[in-house]
Design a protein around this ligand. Sequence first.
Ligand SMILES: C[S@@+](CC[C@H](N)C(=O)[O-])C[C@H]1O[C@@H](n2cnc3c(N)ncnc32)[C@H](O)[C@@H]1O
Length: 290
Amino acid sequence: MSSPLPQAKPSALLPDPDAPAPYTFERVQRDSDGGEVARLEAQNLLFEKARPLDQLPPTPPDGAILDLGSGTGFWSARLAERVPRGSLTCLDRSGELLDLARTRLERPGGPRTAFLLQDLRALDLPQGAFDLVFTSMTLAHVRELEEVLNHLARALKPGGWIACFEPVQQSRRFAEIHPPCPNLDFLMDRLLDMVESRGSDLSVSLKIAHHLDRLGLEEVALRNYGAALHGEDARVCLRDVFLPLAWAYLRHRWEPGLLERRMEAAAREAPAPHLWLDLRRAVTLARRPA
Ligand SMILES: C[S@@+](CC[C@H](N)C(=O)[O-])C[C@H]1O[C@@H](n2cnc3c(N)ncnc32)[C@H](O)[C@@H]1O
């Protein structure tokens, strides 16, 4: 009898087409009645108050930057200013978002731009090509983290940097909120459960640092940063970021009417103008040896 054939080893980089991805823009966009672009915009505007891009190392003006999971191009447009004589590549698997980024970046002057419609679980980037690989709120949604980081490390030029802006969780919360708002806390806890049950990893930053270190990259650093919002900013964060996300993720799981009531109660109990809300994130930085 012939011996059984060895099992084919599936490439870790090939996505399983049947596995639902933790975050797809199309699904959240549909479940939020078309509100996901506005939510991403509001979230980024609030985080920008923490001046995250100040954390980046300098890039040569004729350098090459990749924005991985570029979304609406919010950060891509800001990154473009760092390489006026160089190039900027936006990569995303959503064609709709890439079109938004393209519109945002279409202006005279500035770097050469390229828009890659790619799933980052099946990356096909040139090796040694980028001075900076940037990513924001994307690796948290990728289960194949190590394979993706391996590929990104190879795509860096010698001496090039990778910078990952992702969630960091210190108290299993989206944000610390004061004074306590029990309805809001309840909703946020359920939202977190749901986000994690779909496979997003809100503690991904530590794992990124660990893996980049193991890969032999230099100057690996994990820096927490945050935006402490209060009054109107905190209210905007709840109204335009957290509650729409809770609506999109939870609405199909709750009995009709229940979520609406809880959301109304949460909106009522947030005592603007005296609400404080502390949003935390981390940036992981590392450099390919020169
Ligand atoms: C939460 S959004 C963040 C977008 C943008 N970086 C920002 O900070 O506003 C996550 C982005 O990652 C993209 N994304 C998620 N999984 C992806 C994958 N497997 N391949 C390519 N893009 C992916 C989504 O389409 C979306 O644009």
